[in-house]
Structures are given as C-alpha cells and as structure tokens.
Ligand binder design. Structure first.
Ligand SMILES: O=C1O[C@H](COP(=O)(O)O)[C@@H](O)[C@H](O)[C@H]1O
Length: 250
C-alpha cells in the first residue's frame, strides 16, 4: 500500500510497506532531481546525513549507477561525528563504504567531508568557513534572503528521539540562528562530539527528504503538525521544516 499526502506547501508524505520500496522510491526521486538540476545549472549539490540513510541509498548506487551523471555531484554532510574519517563512527566513512565506492564516479574534489581535528568547535568553524568560501566563489548559490547557502537536496534521517542531523531535543543547538554550522560536545547518542548544520541553513534547501524507515520511528513521525520533527524544532521561528517530500516505511 502506498499513500501520498499533499498539501499546499508541497509537503508530501509517502508511506510504503517495505524498506525496499522506500529505497526504490528514494532512488527515483534523487535521480530525477539530479537530472533536473544538472540540466538547469550544470551541477547537483547534495547534503547527506549518516545512519540508516546510506543503506537506503543502495538502490540509487546500484540501479542508477550508469544513469546518473555523478561527475556533476557535490556532496556535503548535514552532520558529522568528530572522529577521524576512517573511524567506524564517521558519517563520511559510512557514505564512502556504502555509496561512493559503489558509484565510483563522484570526483574526490567534489566531496566535502570535515577536516578532522580534536576540537569540535574548530571543526564546525572550519566547515562553516569552507561553505562561506564556496558561496563567495559562487560554487554554492545563496537562499532568497542571501544569508545561507541553498543546497539542491538534503537527505535527512530521523532518530527515535526525533533528532535530525545532530540537532537533538533538549540541546540548545536547535535554537542556533546565526551560525550555519555548530558543534555539540554532549550528544545523547554516541559519539558525544559532533558538528551539525543548523535549522536556518537546513530549511533553505530547495528540497528536503526525510527518509524514515523502521517501526521504532512510527511514533516520532506520526505526531501531528510536523510528522515527528516537532520535538527538535523550536516552535518559533521555525515551526516546521520546509520538507517537500518525506518517505516512510512501515
Ligand atoms: O547520529 C545520527 O543519527 C541520525 C539518525 O540516524 P538513523 O540511524 O536513526 O537513521 C542521522 O540522520 C545522523 O546523520 C547521524 O549522525
């Protein structure tokens, strides 16, 4: 059974029965957007998260391997754990093993992992300043307000506590308004030290897909108004994310 819910803000919730169906739908969705943006502006700027998302991206990597122009992709991370890039906790490492090595053709210089150092604050400042340089050099476009970069697609997961990126309930980072990227030293989910893009930046993306699979996530995503992200979103000024598409497996 598949169910599609649309509203006037173009928010769509697509419920699917199996995780495999979510992986197939996600692959089609991402490949379509990739084609559209590459046709329009010659590149596709994608922001990844870690967690189960990368496994759900396997159909994109395998079935669309020769159909997508990977050479035009630029890849960023919505959050990262402050660990070396070859650590098993690294979101970059997860994507490298589970996605980049399969598709093979994303140029190394188009992949933007963190520069690891042992200070989370330094890593966050460095990532933000690299994004600023990309905006200055017109590699990344800016949002209508001109304050934040505008990515083509954010692929986000959601944790059982309702966290997205490394923006957790009961942690102040979810209220950050000025910075594009911030750090957290006491993440309730290990490892404790992380960096994360902030809500004002996330909500500027042209497309945001919350890719949600697994029974334990049924409750967080079923709450009304914001389909499960109400716990992490401050009521004001960002009551709900500007999600264009959400996928949900049962
Ligand atoms: O720690 C993290 O968790 C979230 C959710 O992960 P999931 O395994 O429940 O899908 C993930 O989106 C984030 O990138 C990651 O750092």
């Amino acid at each position: 059974m598949a169910q599609l819910i649309k509203n006037k803000k173009k928010r769509e919730v697509i419920k699917l029965v199996t995780e495999e169906q979510v992986a197939v739908a996600l692959a089609q969705y991402t490949a379509d957007l990739s084609e559209k943006y590459i046709k329009e502006k010659g590149c596709f700027n994608v922001v990844l998260s870690g967690g189960t998302l990368i496994h759900t991206m396997r159909v994109l990597a395998e079935v669309y391997k020769n159909a997508v122009d990977w050479s035009k992709w630029r890849v960023f991370w919505v959050d990262e754990r402050v660990v070396p890039l070859d650590d098993c906790d690294s979101n970059y490492n997860l994507a490298n093993e589970g996605f980049f090595k399969k598709v093979k053709k994303i140029p190394k210089q188009n992949i933007y992992p963190i520069h690891y150092s042992c200070s989370a604050h330094e890593v966050a400042c460095d990532y933000e300043s690299r994004l600023k340089t990309l905006v200055q050099n017109k590699v990344l476009p800016t949002s209508a307000c001109g304050c934040f970069p505008k990515f083509d697609l954010m692929l986000l997961g959601i944790g059982p506590d309702g966290h997205i990126a490394s923006l957790f309930p009961n942690r102040p980072q979810r209220y950050e308004k000025k910075h594009w990227v911030t750090s957290i030293l006491d993440s309730p989910k290990p490892p404790p030290e992380r960096i994360t893009m902030t809500f004002p930046l996330i909500k500027c993306a042209s497309n945001i897909a919350m890719v949600v699979t697994g029974k334990e996530l049924a409750r967080p995503v079923q709450r009304k108004h914001s389909v499960g992200i109400v716990d992490v979103l401050p009521r004001r000024p960002y009551p709900v994310l500007n999600c264009r598409w959400r996928l949900r497996g049962k």
